[in-house]
Design a protein around this ligand. Structure first.
Ligand code: SF4
Ligand code: SF4
Length: 215
């Protein structure tokens, strides 16, 4: 799932300072699970913005899916049209999909962080940064891009101590985990291979389309 965190309310208020009528839109999928953009958080946000005229609130099923958002917007279009701005509690994809469909002024209420694994509700771990060139086969299924703070392709660095990361001594060094895993599965030869610098062009290409669909 896509992990998001709430922006500070002061930042949101500053972004909304020129907008009187506000619609608050939440996400019923990832942001609801992350407890950043579900029913409760939308209600809470409406209370925090008591100085504004809240013309409507809604939690749509999946704002990052254009087809589903289009369907869900039909029920709220009147209130949405009355708003000067829409405060969106979803990841950046949901926000941009709303802009594509409505052209409304949008204010992000959340920061989009990473693709994460859910351990428990409210407890998530960064596991993928969508780098466009997955090397999990070379690292025993443990991602160094998202789990090593330096994103090293060849590790560990000299800073690891007692199997912990130098950046955060509470966390396991990703490359020590990778080493142990590769040893367990008999692939230390692969571990020792030098991995060349990444080709960042493939992960920064604008307008990237995956699959054969067109807009
Ligand atoms: S290498 Fe890591 S960041 Fe890249 S796609 Fe695979 S899991 Fe995601
Ligand atoms: S100690 Fe390990 S996880 Fe931390 S930055 Fe160095 S290689 Fe990466």
């Amino acid at each position: 799932m896509i992990l998001t965190e709430k922006k500070p309310i002061e930042e949101i208020k500053e972004s909304l300072k020129n907008n009187k009528k506000v619609f608050i839109l939440g996400c019923g999928t990832c942001a609801a699970l992350a407890q950043t953009g579900g029913e409760e958080q939308v209600k809470e946000m409406a209370q925090l913005l008591s100085d504004k005229e809240i013309v409507g609130t809604a939690v749509v099923e999946t704002p990052c899916d254009k087809r589903l958002l289009k369907r869900d917007l039909r029920a709220i279009s009147t209130a949405l049209n009355a708003a000067d701005a829409v405060l969106v509690l979803s990841c950046g994809v949901g926000i941009q999909t709303l802009v594509d469909l409505t052209g409304k002024i949008v204010i992000p209420g959340l920061n989009t962080k990473f693709i994460g694994m859910t351990e428990h509700i409210g407890e998530f771990y960064q596991r993928c940064l969508a780098c466009s060139d997955c090397i999990l086969d070379e690292t025993g299924g443990i991602c160094p891009i998202s789990r090593c703070p330096k994103g090293l392709l060849n590790g560990p660095c000299a800073g690891h101590m007692d199997e912990k990361c130098e950046v955060d001594r509470e966390k396991d060094c990703a490359w020590v985990l990778i080493y142990k895993r590769m040893k367990d599965i008999g692939k230390l030869d692969k571990f020792r291979e030098f991995r060349k610098p990444r080709n960042y062009q493939i992960s920064t290409a604008p307008q990237q389309v995956v699959g054969s669909g067109s807009e």
